[in-house]
Write a protein that binds this ligand. Structure first.
Ligand code: R5P
Length: 281
């Protein structure tokens, strides 16, 4: 890894702690107006000061995010299918490396689909994307996408995560599972945990705690933050777990202490995506 790449990686994973709180708000690329992100700008603006990296699509970055933000940005670079289509997850390249650089991204995220019909396409495209990303020193994060009916166990997630690293991923984003140590221990690059569908706050904090105890460098979490009754209180609580080693109980205290102070923006109920946000992930 050259200087530029190491420098970009240090923007994502904070050198002081070796940890990161990535805020995932890219869901609209296949879900449209996802519950909690209907009014995107209003929803994410108060969360940005508490994340270490923003994971987002280029369209929402350009239209809804103030360019003066201080947090680094990672851009979703794969997509092409929607929640309504028959081939959900048969993704291809949606963002050029040049545009990622123009937007001053430190890295990109790309989904691979191990063990499903389109694994070959998504893995070859990802490996080619890494070739391009490395030419310019961009960090490539592989997302081990899992279809609705696929197992999210340690055997499968270790296989997918290790494959991602073998094909050149610099970071792997995967799901938490029982025996997560195996996933982390057999993957030579840093792992961040995706949050998955919304669960009670204490459960999400416990899952994040267990993931970092097992060796993950942090989270790339979305719905468990922006769908919480108080997204700001929740990101502060997650931050306490990841960056301050708080226990789940201590972090729940942070959540409770802050939830009255930060009101959630009011949204109108909307659309297709609001009914089924969890079909893919
Ligand atoms: C997954 O492919 C999406 O890109 C999300 O970024 C990811 O699932 C993390 O968000 P959540 O914590 O809501 O699962």
């Amino acid at each position: 890894m050259d200087w530029g790449m190491r420098n970009r990686l240090s923007k994502i994973i904070k050198p002081k702690t070796g940890r990161t709180v990535m805020l995932a708000v890219d869901h609209g690329y296949f879900l449209g107006p996802t519950t909690g992100l209907e009014n995107f700008r209003e929803s994410i603006e108060p969360l940005i000061p508490y994340c270490d990296t923003l994971f987002i699509t280029r369209g929402m970055l350009r239209t809804c995010v103030n360019p003066n933000i201080e947090v680094p940005v990672m851009l979703r670079a794969s997509g092409g299918t929607s929640i309504l289509g028959k081939e959900l997850l048969h993704e291809g390249v949606t963002l050029s490396v040049e545009d990622a650089i123009r937007l001053n991204a430190v890295g990109i995220g790309y989904s691979i689909l191990v063990g499903a019909d389109w694994e070959r396409d998504t893995i070859l495209d990802f490996a080619n994307y890494v070739n391009e990303a490395e030419r310019y020193g961009l960090i490539a994060m592989a997302v081990t996408a899992v279809g609705k009916d696929m197992a999210k166990d340690a055997r499968y997630l270790a296989l997918a995560s290790r494959m991602a690293a073998e094909h050149g991923a610099h970071i792997v984003k995967t799901y938490y599972c029982e025996g997560f140590e195996k996933v982390v221990d057999t993957c030579p690059v840093p792992i961040v945990m995706a949050g998955g569908k919304k669960i009670p706050e204490l459960d999400a904090l416990t899952m994040a705690y267990n993931a970092v105890q097992a060796g993950a460098v942090g989270v790339d979490m979305g719905r468990n933050i922006f769908q919480s009754e108080s997204p700001v209180a929740m990101i502060k609580a997650i931050r306490a777990v990841i960056q301050e080693n708080a226990t789940p109980k201590e972090a729940l205290g942070v959540f409770k202490e802050n939830k009255g102070k930060f009101r959630k923006p009011a949204h109108r109920k909307s659309g297709v995506a609001a009914k089924d946000d969890s079909a893919k992930v």
